[in-house]
Write a protein that binds this ligand. Sequence first.
Ligand SMILES: Nc1nc2c(c(=O)[nH]1)N=C([C@H](O)[C@@H](O)CO)CN2
Length: 140
Amino acid sequence: MFHTQSDVVFVKGLKVEAVIGVYEWERAITQPLLIDIAMETDISRAAVSDDVNDALNYKEVCDDVSAWCQAIKAQLLEHLAGQIADKLLEKYSCDKISLSIAKPTAIQQADAVGVQITRYAKAASSVSTNQANTSLSDDA
Ligand SMILES: Nc1nc2c(c(=O)[nH]1)N=C([C@H](O)[C@@H](O)CO)CN2
């Protein structure tokens, strides 16, 4: 199958105050996180209807990601990023997520440090694909 479009809903520079870090002193404070998210999704329906109910709602994404960051209280940014990507793929209809999480105050000599990851939604299983193909040929 050929793809004729590629759409992204994104969030840039989402600021969240959360417990994050491996050192004891970090477990006792909150630090700012700066989060960028790009979610590959089909926007065709929302583009036609102009209805937010047909859209991947970036306000909901921001609220969810903020709440998850505060609840997870991760030690490593790697763990936090993996968890957030899994949760977004589970809740929202999207094929691919790119996510970066930065700690702008962690290293005095650096503007920011962080991680950037990309995750894909699981492909439909071959069993259901075969079943779909069978029912299509049954109709013919
Ligand atoms: N690859 C990573 N390295 C480090 C992390 C991290 O989350 N991923 N975290 C720390 C500390 O928490 C640091 O931010 C404190 O300054 C060190 N290295």
